[in-house]
Structures are given as structure tokens and as C-alpha cells.
Design a protein around this ligand. Structure first.
Ligand code: MRU
Length: 347
């Protein structure tokens, strides 16, 4: 079988390779996975991260489990694999969306189950890249011309099936000479902005300036930022958006400074089952991530720590949500429902 690959994920048909994002940008090393349990650990341990990328990875994890079961593979025999993958991280709905697609593929008649599951996982992977390109076309026009944009976390090719969501719009906007450059917040504690976003942008020769997260207010006040553009891990029926911790701060600051605040995400990130953001489970990660930076302790070892990985930005602070289907300006429950309906209610 031909290798199906994107910048962070390679599928070989009998094994999965993930670019170890914990080591970037200092080292590019690929790790190999042959079963669902190890794949789930890779998601939990941040070898792979970003909502669409963990959905794609989980789909391949199901295929790996089916390969081990061989002729015994069935929806019920695969349940432990579905369970371990679903338990890996709680907030990004793309993970559960991908697992639901894999469950549905188990029930198709026709080809042997392993073939059906393999084809579905590859489709999820390839569709994501295509969706990102469509999303980017809608998003470019939303950016005020001839200004810089500010982004948070990493929403690029590393976090998706390729191109990226918010970073995909930025890539396309730069190619269209719409923006003059990017300011990236470093994104404590995992440093996705410092380690991954600045690395991706430099590779594409897109001008990027890295700032500490707490510089955002000062930068916005300076007047050079045309828009803040971020990704999402889960968008509820009313448009409330869970994304990397610190996103909510940026939305409040953007509103204060009259800067458009734009969320970019595929339809697979929308969770219409949840009425509003209060219902989203926010992942809590370990105290060690805050007490240490890259293994170097920077705080007393016994200081109590609160380490939510995500926060929720209320819909009223969001200027627009951009999906592969178009733009929802000033999102609310009615506009979100109309958007999903006009896209054929894929969720
Ligand atoms: O903890 P992470 O790195 O998985 O968090 C990622 C984010 O918050 C991204 O902004 C989001 O998943 C969108 S990625 C296209």
C-alpha cells in the first residue's frame, strides 16, 4: 500500500508513524505505532496534538486494533480499542467524531472489515487537508488587508491533515499578499506557538515575530494587528469555543482594542449536542508541566498548580467562525444551526 502522509502523520498500512512534536523544533524524530493502546498514549502524551490530528490518529489506531484481531475483528471486539482511544484526551471533539465515523464503518456491508476501516481512516486523513484548503479560501477575505495577524497555539500542518486551520488561512493570506506578517504567542506551558508555529512559518518564509503570551495586550495597543485568528477544539451549538488556554484572554483583549477575533475550524470541530461552552469538559494536565520548563524546574516542587489545557471563549466575543462551508459572522445558536443545515447537517 502507498504511504498516506502529511507533515506529522504517516500511514504505512500496517503501522502508523507520528512526528514526535514534543521534540520539535530541536529534533525531527518519527515514532512508530502498531496497536491502539500505544496510539492512545501518543495522543495523551502530546506526541501528536491539535484537534484534527488527534482525530486522524485515533482513526488509524482503530485500524491497528482491527489488524491485530484479524478475522475476529468486529464492532464489539473493537470496543476496548474505541474505549482506550476515546479516553486519551477529553476536550477536542474531532477525536470522538473520528471514532464515530470508524464505528459507522464497522457496520458497512461489503468489503472485509479491515479494508473498510482502513479506507475510512485514510478518507478522514485526506478529507481534513482538503477541508483546510476550502476553509482557507473563505478565511482570507476576513482578514483586514496590509496588517499583521496575531495567532495562538499551533493550528498548522502539524495539527491537522495538512495546511492547517487558522494557520492555513494565514498561509493562504500571505500567498495572496493580504497580510504583512504574523505575531505568534508562545503558548505556555507546552509552547506550541514558540516551538511549532514559529517553526512552520519560518519554513514557509512567512515573517513571524514571537512574543510571550503576556505581551498580547501591549501588542494589540500598538495598533499593527488587523485580526486575532485561532483554531478550536470544540465549538458548541451557540458558537462558544474551547481552544488552547489563553484564547479567552486574547478574545477579551481583542474586543477592548476593536480587533476582529476569528475562529477557524472544520465542521468536525462543531459539537451541536452541547448547548453552550459550560458543558465542555476541560482537560486538566499535570502540575509538572507548569512547575518545569523542558525538564528544568522553575517553581517550588510542592507549590499547588492549576493547569487547564483549554478555556472557553463565549460566542459574543467571536467576530466570525470560519469553516470549510463558509463564514458565520457574530455566531449564535440560530446562525450555527443554519450553517450546519446548509452544509447538509454533517454533525
Ligand atoms: O493541546 P493541543 O496542542 O492539542 O491544543 C491544540 C489547540 O488548542 C489548537 O488550537 C486546536 O486543536 C486547533 S488545531 C487545528
Amino acid at each position: 500500500m502507498a504511504i498516506i502522509e502529511s507533515p506529522a502523520i504517516r500511514w504505512h498500512g500496517d503501522r502508523l508513524e507520528l512526528l514526535d512534536q514534543r521534540a520539535l523544533p530541536l529534533e525531527s524524530r518519527w515514532l512508530s505505532y502498531e496497536n491502539a493502546e500505544d496510539t492512545a498514549h501518543a495522543i495523551r502524551d502530546m506526541v501528536v496534538r491539535g484537534a484534527p490530528a488527534i482525530g486522524i490518529t485515533a482513526a488509524y489506531g482503530v485500524v491497528l486494533a482491527a489488524r491485530i484481531l484479524g478475522s475476529e475483528a468486529s464492532l464489539s471486539n473493537l470496543q476496548p480499542a474505541f474505549d482506550v482511544l476515546a479516553a486519551s484526551r477529553p476536550t477536542a471533539v474531532n477525536l470522538f467524531w473520528a471514532l464515530q465515523r470508524m464505528q459507522a464503518a464497522c457496520q458497512l456491508q461489503g468489503e472485509p472489515l479491515i479494508e473498510q476501516l482502513s479506507a475510512e481512516a485514510v478518507q478522514i486523513h485526506q478529507d481534513d487537508r482538503d477541508m483546510n484548503h476550502r476553509l482557507a479560501q473563505h478565511g482570507v477575505a476576513m482578514l483586514p488587508p496590509d496588517k499583521q495577524v496575531y495567532t495562538h497555539c499551533n493550528t498548522g500542518a502539524l495539527a491537522t491533515g495538512g495546511h492547517g486551520t487558522a494557520l492555513g488561512i494565514i498561509r493562504s493570506a500571505w500567498a495572496a499578499q493580504r497580510i504583512t506578517g504574523v505575531v505568534a504567542g508562545e503558548t505556555r506551558p507546552w509552547m506550541q506557538g514558540a516551538r511549532l508555529t514559529s517553526w512552520e512559518l519560518l519554513q514557509d518564509n512567512i515573517p513571524v515575530t514571537l512574543v510571550v503570551d503576556s505581551a498580547a495586550g501591549h501588542v494589540f495597543k500598538g495598533g499593527g494587528i488587523g485580526a486575532v485568528i485561532v483554531g478550536a477544539d470544540r465549538i458548541t451549538a451557540n458558537g462558544d469555543t474551547a481552544n488552547k488556554i489563553g484564547t479567552y484572554n486574547l478574545a477579551v483583549l481583542a474586543r477592548h482594542h476593536g480587533i476582529p477575533f476569528i475562529v477557524a475550524a472544520p465542521l468536525s470541530t462543531i459539537d451541536p449536542q452541547l448547548a453552550c461552552g459550560d458543558a465542555i469538559e476541560i482537560e486538566q494536565r499535570s502540575a509538572a508541566e507548569v512547575r518545569s520548563i523542558h525538564g528544568v524546574q522553575v517553581a517550588p516542587e510542592n507549590v499547588p498548580v492549576f493547569n487547564p489545557a483549554f478555556d472557553v471563549t463565549p460566542a459574543e466575543l467571536i467576530s466570525a467562525i470560519v469553516t470549510e462551508h463558509g463564514v458565520i459572522e457574530q455566531p449564535d445558536t440560530d446562525k450555527m444551526a443554519a450553517h450546519l443545515a446548509s452544509a447538509g447537517n454533517p454533525r
